[in-house]
Design a protein around this ligand. Structure first.
Ligand SMILES: Cc1cc2nc3c(=O)[nH]c(=O)nc-3n(C[C@H](O)[C@H](O)[C@H](O)COP(=O)(O)O)c2cc1C
Ligand SMILES: C=C(O[C@@H]1CC(C(=O)O)=C[C@@H](OP(=O)(O)O)[C@H]1O)C(=O)O
Length: 411
């Protein structure tokens, strides 16, 4: 559960969400609590993000089956949030092909089925897949069928997190805060375009026109070539995602409580996305090799613009709070663990004999899709931190509070 707890006039205000749903179950569901009332929200805003998540070159067969469109079940009336919990619903179209295997009722199969046929019909999996939750998951819960783990561990769940992040984007957009990103690297090919060098609208336009959501057209061609090559060889690719947040006023987050530090929250949100293995903010890991004189951002003052930072090595966050500069976060995504031609070595859970990992179908790369997921989980976290910093039941109160803070913080 992603949550932000605010202590407001002695009461506790909570902004959080919970998701449920298996990859091939009937649907994904999400419940959002604590969104202020009076925010304009339309299903179309959410669907736009869902469509982006489904796109991106290198995906497998599943995306030709799914057509992710959200159904808003609660908390929104006549296009505005009411302050009540918001409930979202996303159908898994593929469930049609998995009714028996994913049924909540015990299966009613003929008694004379062979054990192999029974396993096939129920889509049981006996070989845990390296790089997945499979082995630790069956050991943790005492499952015998890996299917009981992999269904929930699957990144299918990120569709709901994108839907919830899209709600957060709406809130941020009304406050003049924009979250954009690019695929910075894919399969070892690096985009040479600096994400912060372009206005956010242009980033959005150019990445939407790119098959792999990158800003560098030359790198794009080579990324696509490598994806094709990996697909031919039954292999997979990872990459680096880059997300920027523009327009956040200074002071969002906390330096007084460890668990409300903005950088800590963003890192947790990024690491919670399946297959993300590393996170850095601003110049991140490269700061480690520099001298202090080349690692920080000087403070200057300009009567027109207020406090000005000539550089942004900190990536917009100092002391756990936004500092008024754009936030820049990078995340490393590992290659997809399911290998189509030469699956990784595993062990049959029943016999303990060596076998190859279970394979059905898989993406070659999900780096572009993961960018959309990352943008949206970051949007959620920023929105939750804002509501925590400026608690409000009504959206106009939040807007006024943010406007006042912006004015004051110019100094
Ligand atoms: C959008 C997205 C799509 C993914 N698609 C696949 C896939 O098709 N096949 C696969 O084996 N892993 C896929 N993964 C990666 C696994 O979900 C992930 O590696 C696994 O759940 C284990 O989690 P961990 O890598 O965070 O430890 C995908 C991840 C994301 C973010
Ligand atoms: C379903 C999605 O991604 C899935 C994530 C995933 C995994 O193991 O994480 C494995 C694949 O599942 P399937 O075997 O059903 O094709 C992906 O397609 C999605 O992104 O909508």
């Amino acid at each position: 559960m992603a949550e932000a707890v605010c202590h407001e006039k002695g009461s506790v205000r909570t902004v959080r969400y919970l998701t449920a749903g298996e990859s091939h179950g009937p649907a994904l569901v999400g419940i959002v609590e604590g969104f202020p009332a009076g925010l304009a929200v339309a299903a179309a805003d959410i669907d736009r993000e869902l469509a982006r998540r489904q796109g991106g070159y290198g995906r497998g067969g599943r995306q030709t089956i799914e057509r992710d469109r959200v159904r808003i079940l609660a908390g929104v009336r006549h296009g505005r949030t009411t302050g009540a919990p918001i409930a979202l619903y996303l159908e898994n179209r593929d469930h049609e092909n998995w009714r028996e295997a994913l049924s909540p009722e015990p299966p009613s199969l003929p008694d004379d089925l062979s054990p192999e046929e029974r396993d096939r019909r129920l889509r049981r999996v006996w070989a845990p897949r390296p790089g997945h939750a499979d082995l630790a998951g069956v050991l943790k819960y005492g499952h015998t069928d890996v299917r009981d783990v992999l269904e929930r561990a699957s990144a299918r769940e990120t569709a709901m997190r994108v839907a919830i992040g899209a709600l957060a984007r709406r809130l941020l957009a009304e406050l003049g805060i924009v979250v954009v990103g690019q695929v910075k690297a894919l399969g070892g090919v690096v985009s040479r375009v600096d994400l912060l060098s372009l206005p956010p609208e242009e980033v959005r336009q150019r990445t939407e026109a790119s098959a792999v959501y990158t800003l560098d057209p030359e790198a794009e061609g080579e990324m696509i070539r490598r994806i094709d090559e990996a697909r031919r060889e039954g292999d997979t690719l990872g990459g680096v995602l880059e997300v920027a947040v523009w327009g956040l006023p200074p002071g969002v987050g906390s330096y007084v409580h460890w668990d409300r530090k903005l950088d800590a929250r963003l890192a947790r949100a990024a690491m919670s996305v399946q297959a993300i293995k590393g996170v850095e903010i601003g110049d991140g890991f490269s700061l480690a090799d520099r001298r202090g004189s080349e690692a920080h951002d000087a403070i200057t003052y300009d009567a027109e613009r207020g406090f000005v930072r000539p550089t942004n090595r900190a990536g917009g966050i100092e002391g756990g709070m936004s500092n008024g500069m754009p936030i820049l976060l990078r995340a490393a995504k590992k290659p997809i663990p399911t290998l189509m031609k030469n699956p990784l070595p595993s062990v049959d859970l029943r016999t303990k004999e060596p076998v190859r990992a279970a394979v059905e179908r898989s993406d070659v790369t999900a780096v572009p899709a993961a960018l959309v997921v990352l943008e949206n989980v970051i949007a959620w976290e920023i929105a939750a931190a804002l509501v925590e910093t400026f608690p409000a039941d009504r959206f106009d109160d939040l807007r006024d509070a943010v406007a006042r803070a912006r004015e004051r913080m110019r100094g």
